[in-house]
Design a protein. Structure first.
Length: 358
């Protein structure tokens, strides 16, 4: 119950203090005497809307205080204990300061609190009913609480509510688990198909580079063979005008002239060295020339292989040389999914147990 209320500089009230005795109290007075202002002050103290124009003209701020006996209000006592705002001997004092041009301040048992805290505690302390206000007694949850209190089944109701909450929570978890299991299985099936497909293809980045180079060579066999033949002719096989024959004649002529100038012997040796290097080039070119035979079957095989790798690259949106890395990544994910299947059976068992308890 409310023990007293003290109102200062609120609307038209300079100061008024009203004490209440146990039982029913009636406040009477002429119209305009300020009865409703006191009720408005109490409503604002309990977390109602406040504005600067409620401060009495010429005052720095309005101040409303009220003292309540919560010894018989278990819900209010529990709230105060939970918020660490308990007073002494079941007393609870609320205070609110309202300013013309800044936010109001609230206090519970002398400690500053948010206005929301006044509102929460106020709902547990009083019900204010006005002609045009909503009555809490018409709310279903309030009616149920009154009925439960009158039947002295509060603990049973709380246990039932906890059981219902557990059922709701388990039902939601089971739905998520079943949905997740379906998604899990769909992903696993897709990965298995993709891994099988890429494993059959056996992609290898080194092979891709190698057959790419071979494809280029086989695609230009005729040009390579013709070019190699012409180079061999010019370097070594032409009877009179090949580079090899020119170097041979130059070396011989230098050796002849060295009889008259020994310095030319060194030049002759250099020309001989060029001839030796040229011989190595000719031998290598001859070996490559032998590889330039037309191989239509091999070219077709490489075309098909490159086509398969490019098709897979387009399908999986990666370069062909990255297919092997993608296959390894998919294989690891598939192994993880296979090892972590989430079976909702345990949740179903918990839900059945909770329903039986309910």
């Amino acid at each position: 119950m409310i023990n007293w209320i003290d109102v200062r500089d609120f609307v038209v009230i300079k100061h008024v203090q009203i004490s209440f005795e146990p039982g029913f109290t009636v406040i009477t007075g002429e119209t305009g005497a300020g009865k409703s202002v006191v009720v408005d002050a109490l409503a604002m103290l309990l977390g109602g809307r406040a504005s600067g124009d409620l401060v009495r003209s010429g005052s720095e701020h309005a101040e409303i205080q009220a003292d309540f006996d919560v010894s018989a209000l278990a819900s209010a006592r529990d709230w105060l204990i939970q918020m660490e705002l308990s007073g002494e001997d079941g007393e609870c004092t609320l205070r609110r300061l309202v300013y013309p041009e800044k936010a109001s301040r609230g206090f519970i048992n002398g400690r500053p609190v948010a206005i929301q805290s006044l509102r929460e505690l106020g709902a547990l302390l009083t019900d204010i009913h006005g002609q045009h206000e909503h009555h809490r007694l018409l709310q279903r949850e309030v009616q149920r609480a009154v009925l439960d209190d009158s039947a002295d089944i509060r603990e049973d109701v709380e246990a039932l509510a906890e059981s219902a909450s557990q059922i709701s929570q388990l039902t939601a978890e089971l739905a998520r688990a079943q949905s997740g299991l379906d998604t899990h299985r769909e992903r696993e099936a897709l990965l298995r198909h993709q891994v099988d497909e890429l494993s059959t293809l056996e992609p290898d980045p080194e092979e891709y580079v190698e057959i790419g180079q071979k494809h280029t060579r086989l695609s230009h066999t005729q040009e390579l063979a013709q070019g190699a033949w012409q180079l061999l002719q010019e370097l070594d096989q032409a009877e009179t005008a090949s580079v090899s024959s020119v170097l041979t004649r130059a070396a011989g002529r230098l050796n002849d002239l060295a009889a008259f100038d020994t310095r030319l012997s060194a030049l002759a040796d250099q020309v001989d060295g060029l001839g030796a290097q040229l011989a190595e080039v000719v031998a290598a070119l001859q070996g490559h020339s032998d590889d330039y035979a037309v191989e239509p079957d091999e070219l077709e095989r490489i075309n098909q292989r490159l086509g398969a790798l490019h098709d897979a690259g387009r399908k999986y949106r990666v370069p062909p040389e990255a297919l092997k890395a993608l296959l390894d990544e998919m294989s690891r994910e598939l192994d993880t999914l296979t090892a972590t299947v989430n079976d909702p059976q345990s949740l179903e068992a918990e839900l059945d147990k909770a329903r039986r308890i309910y």
